[in-house]
Design a protein around this ligand. Structure first.
Ligand SMILES: C[S@@+](CC[C@H](N)C(=O)[O-])C[C@H]1O[C@@H](n2cnc3c(N)ncnc32)[C@H](O)[C@@H]1O
Length: 250
């Protein structure tokens, strides 16, 4: 099965693809902000709310959400070339100008390139579970990743809630791993508060903007595939609840 572009067809570089990234600077460790790239500038309306999807796969979630919420900018990151090309072409054909897609390692990008405090929401749906013990270090959910999320999510302020990390998985053992990590990052003296996962659904039936059925959590390809198999799902929302300084001191 090939998911790539049809033979002879090329991606439109001016549409779904962001501009080339400048190189990392030599002072990366002492001055990390100098290597940051303000990805909001890749959109026609840079001041709109900004959401990131990690591991976009075929782009189904991005396309549905971007069409349903045109006032929000979405960046998807997908490092598997075939999926990336397939999703980028779908986004182009859908004519969605509020989506950009990067074919790069998301954890590296978030760590080194993403400016602080710019993400309203980070979506992580059906992340690869890497079930073998020797591969656990490849899992996206790590203490370091959660620390990076704390940095790049919108900080809470008077009357404005902090940004949120939304997670869904079908994998019980990965979920148990995540729960162990969440226990170190959530609670009154920690960065995040845990909240129930609110499914993403069309606001009104008559909108007709989304194909999802009301029972879906997010409507990604993996959710639909696993739902047909009758698998249970595990989900949560981690909301940045305390300014960075508050828990760094404690
Ligand atoms: C199991 S699939 C889920 C795809 C989609 N979220 C869904 O629910 O249908 C996980 C996807 O994340 C991508 N992925 C895994 N690790 C990644 C990373 N570090 N950076 C970017 N993409 C990654 C994989 O290539 C794969 O397409």
């Amino acid at each position: 099965m090939s998911l790539g572009l049809p033979r002879g067809k090329e991606l439109d570089p001016g549409f779904t693809l962001p501009p080339a990234l400048p190189g990392l600077r030599d002072d990366l460790l002492t001055n990390p902000a100098a290597s940051h790239v303000d990805v909001r500038g890749w959109f026609d309306e840079p001041d709109r709310p900004f959401e990131l999807e990690i591991g976009s796969g075929k782009g189904t979630f991005l396309i549905q959400e971007a069409a349903r919420r045109p006032e929000t900018n979405f960046l998807g990151i997908e490092y598997a070339l075939e999926f990336y090309q397939y999703a980028a072409d779908r986004i182009r054909r859908a004519g969605l100008r509020n989506v950009r897609l990067l074919g790069i390692d998301a954890s590296e990008f978030v760590r080194w390139r993403m400016p602080s405090g710019i993400c309203d929401v980070i979506h992580l749906y059906f992340a690869d579970p890497w079930p073998k013990t020797k591969h656990h270090r490849r899992r996206m959910v790590q203490d370091r990743f959660l620390a990076d999320c704390v940095r790049v999510l919108r900080q809470p302020a008077e009357g404005v809630p902090g940004g949120e990390l939304r997670i869904v998985t079908d994998h019980a053992e990965y979920w148990a791993w995540m729960e162990q990590h969440f226990a170190r990052w959530c609670g009154p003296s920690h960065a995040f508060d845990r909240e129930a996962f609110i499914p993403v659904l069309p606001e009104r039936e008559e909108d007709g903007a989304a194909e999802r059925t009301p029972s879906e959590l997010v409507g990604t390809n993996f959710e639909r595939k696993y739902r047909q198999e009758g698998r249970p799902f595990y989900s949560t929302t981690l909301r940045l609840a305390r300014p960075k300084a508050a828990f760094a001191a404690g």
